[in-house]
Design a protein around this ligand. Structure first.
Ligand code: IVH
Length: 668
């Protein structure tokens, strides 16, 4: 492709990609699939690799995380990032209104109400329309330079629709779904969970490695202008509309009102509607709309007199800790749960709160019968914040964690480096029962009609002792029919669902086995890589850690699991029942006899006989690893028509180059 055509194509693709970013992030209305989006990005990346001098600073490719920093630089804010005074009830809001009207000599006043997004305050600086610096609030005068991380957020425009120099302020946040997904993945990897979306947004943006921020689904809402050159704006509402026109994501739930009564209705309305939002808010911000009025009102030492933050009532309450229950999970971990005298928090009754582990009980100094403070933040599970020791009567009793498994009686152990107590008896009925529920769950073997209650009954009636027994239940129809709420139809459906699950691709079984640290994603990667259960069972720790997604801890856990003779018996029994032990999807083959085994391959130029995606898939299937740029580590370059700078570089480095014909010959 010649330079001019490439330039045009780059502009076209960049525009298209940013348009799709807008559909996705600003309008919440994606128009293409993630794969199609990735394909566009790949095409652009490829063109930019050929013509590196055509890479624009606002190219969508510049969003992917660059190299890690060793520390954040400090950034002085051009205008200070102030915080707001708080209002906690209607009377505080009326006081605010009175102060405002008095300050303005009782002129009519217009307020703009906005949602108070629960994230991290950020400041974004643009020069001549380009995103230059992004910073945290810090102490209000000096923040930290988190530009690299903010660039990865797709709702942050890298270039504005006009070549302006301005500084805007807003909130970076993580939506509820992204937050739950992130915590789920972290739980699978036994990593510490984030307590709420605000912590996860702040934690992601304060990472020195921008790749981490890039992998977290963060968004922004811009709510104000810090400074703007060469544009006259008269009011906050006008400013917000203009920010939207420039390409920023501005929250659409904003409203302007002429009276404090209407403001109060807006606040009350959101107090109840708040759970419907896809992100967390912790209040409503009320701002005087006219900039002239804002100027007239001015600032106190800490905050503007023209704005206030209404904070939703604290979702905390005081109640009594009546008991602590301990239960066993599928990995044998004993989890204590606080049983509370019911208390209403954020509109729902709270009766239980997880205590996670023994250390938390000790740290908080909890005793049975204590008065405790309980908090429930939005959708987040309730937690005990602290104990009111001053309310003790002397009747409180200390709590002792059991030393033996409440179910099977074996001694509980605390493994080195772990806070959790575990029952390590592989035959513990509680562990097996929990493991069974996991085995049949949707992401694992996906067996319908086998809810927790049915599993417990099958167990109690001695119909199953391991997951493999499920596949022999067809011989026990009479006993099944004797179980509670089990008619012929339910039995038929159940047996059919069990039968159907035999055909599942092996990653479901692998995940279902509940090997410590092996989540659904890791199971898929393993299945894809090794192709069958037998191969996975034979894999050494060294082989396992060569796979990108498998770390040493997980590799060790897999090895330990498959070294147990009872596991081999279990797999044999499943095999004999006809459960699939093979991966059924497209597979990356292992072995050193494949054409691309262990080779790092770069594809460049255009192929005439197949698409780029097809070629990439084939290379991966035959053991190769595709990378985007040519370096000393590249083993092979496949050069199609009009290959450019990558081909030149490969020639310079003396790397083996294949043309399309040679590539196809190798494939066959
Ligand atoms: S206005 C001088 N608007 O709430 C005005 N703040 O103390 C500065 N926040 O940490 C803030 N949503 O980051 C404003 N729509 C909104 C907001 C908002 C969230 C945060 C802000 C700051 C705190 C206010």
């Amino acid at each position: 492709m010649d330079r001019l055509t490439a330039e045009q194509k780059i502009i076209e693709l960049s525009k298209l990609i940013e348009e799709h970013n807008r559909h996705y992030h600003l309008e919440d209305n994606p128009q293409i699939t993630d794969q199609e989006y990735d394909q566009l990005m790949r095409e652009l990346q490829d063109l930019e690799d050929h013509f590196p001098d055509l890479v624009a600073p606002d190219s969508p490719t510049q969003r992917v995380g660059s190299t890690p920093l060793s520390a954040f630089e400090k950034v002085e804010h051009k205008t200070p990032m102030l915080s707001l005074g708080n209002a906690f009830n209607e009377s505080d809001l009326r006081d605010f209104d009175r102060r405002v009207r008095q300050g303005l000599g009782n002129q009519p006043v217009k307020y703009v109400c906005e949602l108070k997004i629960d994230g991290l305050a950020v400041s974004l600086r643009y020069e001549n329309g380009y995103f230059i610096t992004g910073a945290t609030r810090g102490d209000g005068t000096t923040g930290e330079d988190i530009t690299q991380n903010l660039r990865t957020i797709r709702s942050v425009p890298l270039r504005l629709k006009e070549p302006l120099t301005l500084e805007v302020r807003g909130e970076a946040y993580m939506g509820k779904t992204a937050f739950e997904q992130l915590n789920k993945e972290r739980a699978e990897k036994e990593e510490a969970l984030f307590a709420n979306p605000r912590n996860s947004a702040a934690g992601s943006l304060r990472q020195l490695d921008p790749k981490i921020a890039a992998s977290r689904k963060l968004s922004t809402f811009i709510y104000g202008i810090g400074e703007i050159e060469g544009k006259r704006i008269d009011s906050h509402s006008e400013g917000l509309t203009y920010l939207e026109e420039l390409g920023f994501c501005v929250n659409e739930e904003r409203r302007a009102f002429d009276s404090i009564d209407d403001v109060i209705s807006f606040v009350n309305n959101w107090t109840t509607k708040r759970p419907e939002l896809k992100y967390e808010i912790d209040g409503i911000v009320i701002k005087v709309d006219s900039y002239a009025h804002q100027q007239e009102l001015g600032f106190t030492a800490k905050s503007p007199r023209w704005a206030i933050a209404y904070k939703f009532p604290a979702e905390e309450g005081i109640t009594v800790l009546t008991d602590i229950e301990v239960s066993l999970g599928r990995t044998g971990v004993v989890t204590p749960t606080a049983i509370l005298k019911p208390v209403i928090l954020a509109g729902t009754e709270v009766k239980r709160a997880s205590l996670h582990n023994e250390d938390i009980i000790t740290q908080k100094g909890l005793m049975l019968g204590d008065h405790v403070i309980v908090r429930k933040a939005g959708d987040i599970i309730p937690e005990i914040v602290g104990v009111l020791k001053e309310r003790r009567t002397g009747e409180e009793r200390p709590f002792q964690m059991p030393t033996h498994c409440p179910e099977c009686g074996s001694e509980l152990v605390r493994l080195p480096d772990e806070v959790a107590l575990r029952c390590i008896n592989p035959e513990c009925p509680a562990v097996i029962r929990e493991g069974m529920s996991h085995f049949v769950s949707r992401q694992a073997m996906n067996i319908d009609g086998l809810g927790e209650k049915v599993v417990a009954q099958l167990f109690a009636n001695g119909l199953i002792t391991s997951v493999a027994d499920l596949y022999y239940l067809h011989d026990k129809q009479d006993q099944l029919l004797q179980m509670e709420r089990m008619g012929q139809k339910s039995v038929d459906n159940l047996l059919q669902a069990i039968e159907a699950s035999k055909a599942n691709s092996v990653e479901r079984l692998l995940f279902g086995l509940g090997i410590r640290l092996v989540g659904a994603k890791a199971a898929k990667v393993l299945a894809e890589h090794f192709g069958s259960m037998d191969q996975i069972m034979q894999a050494t720790t060294e082989e396992l850690v060569t796979i990108d997604e498998i770390g040493p801890k997980m590799a060790e856990s897999i090895r330990t699991y498959f070294s147990m003779p009872q596991v081999h018996e279990l797999i044999d029994k499943l095999k004999a029942a006809g459960v699939t032990m093979e991966y059924k999807g497209m597979r990356v083959q292992a072995g050193d006899d494949l054409p691309f085994s262990g080779k790092t391959v770069v594809l460049t130029g255009t192929l005439s006989k197949m698409s780029r995606q097809e070629a990439e898939e084939k290379i991966a299937l035959l053991g190769g690893k595709i990378t985007g740029s040519v370096s000393k580590k590249t083993d092979l370059v496949i050069a199609g028509e009009k290959a450019g700078s990558k081909l030149e570089k490969a020639e310079k480095l003396g790397i083996t180059i294949l043309d399309e014909e040679a590539f196809i010959a190798l494939l066959s």
